[in-house]
Design a protein around this ligand. Structure first.
Ligand SMILES: [Zn+2]
Length: 488
């Protein structure tokens, strides 16, 4: 009996040894700490490769929990070239690749792909102080393919870049795109206004090739010229403090920025540019001509912020404790605008200058169209049947980093800090939500809920603190622009 048992045990041992020799895989046995508990993890090792290149030296190995592979977010996805940000306050991982943003909250099976909620098969977790996210879900969301090799136990991530550049057709497209862009750049630089002669000896004429209006300089100094940027009315008005003569009083340029241009001559000469899109003006005085050239706002202003006073017109927003949301948000927006205007370092645009209806998408599109550096929306919170809820909270959604490192989250965080410090309201933290003004924005954007008008104390703070809100936002904007100077 003993002999037979020995033989059987020996045979099983040999079989087991052989099996593990053939598989040639290592088992890892480590202690994992997550969900406030220690877990013993003993399983066959798995690996991650990117386009066939195995990742080595990971400080935390990929692990399989409930049949799904979790990988260290930063180490794996930054190796692919994605941007990985850990938002501690809101316990969310932001993974950005190209134009796709995947937001993965910890201990939740919900994720957001470009703002759209979707369900994951498993939850992301903090394991041994590392954010571990589901490999398959995040890869698919970023449009990567995964090839699993059960022999080598390698999950190979195939990125779309490799796939596209290896085909001849797409290489051709890339080359074409670059050439086109170069051509446009060359065109733009050679199209700087050059002095041109007027037809029929006029004093004012439009040069359609240079897309600029010229005034023959008969003793005009730049100090005789004033500008009025009425972008909310779609007009840019230039006034020359002199009586000028011209028989040309209307022009229709074929311009990206100007739909039409009218000249009104009196004791002063008023030139109105009716805008196709929001523009700035380059005014120069050389070679005997004053030249008014419409240019993109970014070419003139080094720092641009768009302030959005929530609601307006037929949309009053929340009301209570003697506050109407649309009125107080406009007062707060005006306060920050006045401070920025007298400072002069930052160009400030307002989505609405007064009590009027402006669509939510229109507000974000305005910021995108201008090509601003920062967007801040001002709102007042309220809650039904609860007078206790109080405090300040801010929101961000996509990072929208324009290349200077400033993200929407950083804007939301800075504004929150400034607001709670200056108002003394309680801190309800930075949050994330798919509000239209955040979702449709391409530039760093934050939405501020200043306080609750349904709470008496918050309502008093806000009624007496319009200027404090203006100061908080102004200080935040200046400090962010110092830390993250815009790239031009
Ligand atoms: Zn609101």
């Amino acid at each position: 009996m003993n002999k037979i048992r020995f033989i059987i045990i020996s045979m099983i041992t040999v079989l087991l040894l052989n099996t593990s020799v053939f598989a040639s895989n290592r088992y890892i046995n480590i202690t994992l700490t997550y969900d406030y508990q220690k877990h013993n993890y003993n399983a066959e090792e798995v690996f991650v490769a990117i386009n066939g290149e195995k990742l080595t030296g990971l400080t935390m190995p990929p692990i399989i929990l409930d049949d799904y592979t979790l990988v260290p977010a930063r180490e794996v996805f930054e190796s692919i070239g994605a941007k990985v940000e850990w938002k501690k306050d809101i316990e969310q991982v932001f993974v950005t690749y190209g134009s796709t943003l995947v937001i993965i909250p910890i201990n939740s099976d919900k994720a957001y792909v470009n703002g759209q909620a979707s369900k994951m098969d498993t939850e992301a977790k903090i394991i041994n102080n590392k954010t571990m996210i589901p490999l398959r879900f995040v890869s698919a969301a970023l449009d990567f393919k995964i090839e699993w090799d059960s022999k080598t136990r390698i999950a190979n991530i195939i990125t779309k870049d490799i796939v596209t550049t290896t085909t001849e057709q797409s290489t051709e497209t890339t080359t074409k795109a670059i050439t086109t862009r170069k051509e446009v750049t060359t065109e733009a630089t050679t199209k700087k206004p050059q002095p041109v002669t007027s037809a029929n000896n006029e004093y004012i004429w439009y040069d359609y090739d240079n897309d600029a209006l010229y005034i023959k300089n008969t003793g005009i100094a730049l100090s005789d010229i004033s500008e009025q940027d009425s972008y909310n009315e779609g007009k840019y008005i230039v006034t020359v403090n002199k009586k000028l003569q011209t028989s040309n009083t209307a022009f229709t340029p074929n311009s990206e920025y100007v739909e039409s241009c009218t000249v009104s001559v009196g004791n002063k000469t008023t030139i109105t540019f009716n805008e196709n899109r929001i523009m700035a003006m380059d005014i120069s005085n050389a070679n005997g001509y004053i030249c008014l050239k419409p240019i993109p706002p970014k070419e003139r202003y080094g720092k641009i912020v768009i302030i959005d006073a929530g609601h307006g017109g037929s949309q009053p927003g929340a009301m209570g404790n003697d506050i109407i949301e649309k009125d107080i948000t406009l007062a707060m927006a005006n306060s920050v605008k006045n401070k920025l205007d007298s400072d002069g370092r930052v160009k400030c645009y307002m989505t609405r200058p007064d009590d009027r209806d402006v669509g939510l998408e229109e507000r974000a599109e305005m910021a995108n169209d201008i090509g601003g550096d920062m967007f801040i929306s001002i709102h007042i919170n309220s809650v039904e049947n609860n007078t206790e809820a109080n405090g300040t909270e801010t929101y961000s959604l996509y990072p929208n980093d324009l290349g200077n490192g400033l993200t929407s989250y950083a804007v939301a965080e800075e504004m929150l800090d400034q607001l709670i410090t200056k108002l003394g309201t309680s801190n309800r933290k930075v949050k994330s939500n798919t509000y239209v003004v955040l979702k449709a924005n391409n530039i760093p954007a934050a939405l501020c809920e200043i306080g609750f008008l349904t709470n008496e104390k918050d309502a008093d703070i806000m009624k007496n603190g319009v200027d404090k809100v203006g100061q908080a936002l102004y200080d935040g904007i200046i400090s962010l622009f110092n830390e993250y100077p815009p790239v031009r």
